[in-house]
Write a new protein. Structure first.
Ligand code: ADP
Length: 328
């Protein structure tokens, strides 16, 4: 089959934002221009596609953004795109400009939308994983995870100073939706005594027993890092359980929240975003599409868009053993 010649491409950020998306946009625009393609920015993801909020981008449009968090193209969730009529409108807007390739920077939801769109209207699409949760099949990196986890570490380190001064227990909730990678990594990096993640059932009796034992030997400083999607319902839920068993314990809660999504992306996020953006354009030009660009063992990896779903992993016993031994 002859490869359809791509001449004009659209780039968008969709779904949840993550730091490093701008670096990916920059890479797509500059690589596209390098290869003589016209590149269009689509504002607010699928919403902008439907609303015809689309503008031409050149190398200057992406100057001085590699270090900025958020996304210059803005992002959104778009109900209308779930409906055929919405997707048809989106297609008409691409068609009238002659845009015949799409780069979708987003999460698994955005890829599901892209796959449907491609099936119905045959617009070649390539996905780039942008999510702080790092929970997408086919890649060991997602844009934003490294920045988010470093932001969490910085914040937890600060909390540890005051926690230590007061001999207090802190329960810190980090993001990740139903994935525990931010909690696991930031917890290990800050020496958390307990890390509670959705991927593992927590033996609460065991945790209480160890807290009691620590209380006995006057180790009063305890840091618990809990993922927002944990079985107990985040920091509030964990605190409630601890208070039921240890009413005298001086505990504090801190929900880190949206600071984890913002800020200047780390070097790792900028580099992976740049590599992924470059490869996304190369793929469109070479006729490899309906895939997501990932990185595995430091090599670019392609996953069909329909398989680029949420990653459900087991966190091995060894990880939890490391947490336990190092925090004793
Ligand atoms: P993320 O990409 O971060 O996982 P969402 O799951 O909210 O975020 O998806 C982003 C957008 O992708 C949705 O608001 C919707 O417009 C589109 N989308 C998601 N799933 C589908 C689907 N099954 N069909 C059509 N569009 C979809």
């Amino acid at each position: 089959m002859a490869v359809k010649k791509i001449t004009k491409i659209g780039v968008m950020t969709s779904g949840g934002d993550s730091p490093g998306m701008n670096a990916a946009i920059r890479a797509v625009v500059r690589t596209g221009n390098y290869y003589g393609l016209e590149v269009f920015g689509i504002v607010r993801g699928y919403q902008g596609l439907i609303d015809d909020d689309i503008y031409k981008m050149d190398n200057k449009s992406v100057a001085n953004i590699i270090q900025r968090g958020g996304t210059i193209l803005k992002t959104a969730r778009c109900k209308e795109f779930f409906e055929y009529e919405g997707r048809k409108k989106a297609y008409e807007n691409l068609k009238k400009r002659g845009i015949n390739g799409l780069v979708i920077i987003g999460g698994d939801g955005s890829f599901r939308g892209g796959k449907r769109f491609h099936e119905e209207f045959d617009i070649p699409s390539v996905g780039i994983p942008g999510t702080i949760d790092r929970d997408i099949v086919g890649t060991e990196f997602t844009i934003g995870f490294d920045t988010a986890v470093n932001t969490a570490v910085e914040a937890i380190d600060k909390i540890r100073d005051t926690m230590d001064a007061h001999d207090r227990m802190f329960i810190i909730e980090v993001m990740g939706r139903d994935a525990g990678f931010i909690a696991l990594h930031s917890g290990i990096a800050t020496g958390a005594e307990n890390i509670l993640i959705p991927e593992r059932k927590t033996d609460i009796q065991d945790m209480i027993a160890s807290l009691k034992e620590k209380e006995k030997r006057k180790k009063l400083v305890n840091l618990i890092v809990v993922a927002e999607g944990d079985e107990f319902g985040g920091a509030e839920g964990v605190n409630k359980i601890i208070k039921e068993h240890l009413p005298e314990m001086d505990t504090r809660i801190c929900v880190l929240g949206h600071i984890q999504r913002g800020g200047s992306p780390t070097c790792i996020d900028r580099v992976i975003a740049s590599r992924m953006g470059y490869h996304a354009v190369e793929c469109l030009i070479n006729g490899t599409f309906n895939i997501m660009i990932g990185i595995k063992e430091n090599r670019i990896n392609h996953t069909p868009l329909e398989k680029a779903a949420k990653l459900k992993t087991r966190v091995s016993d060894e990880w939890m053993k490391i947490v336990k031994i190092l925090a004793s």
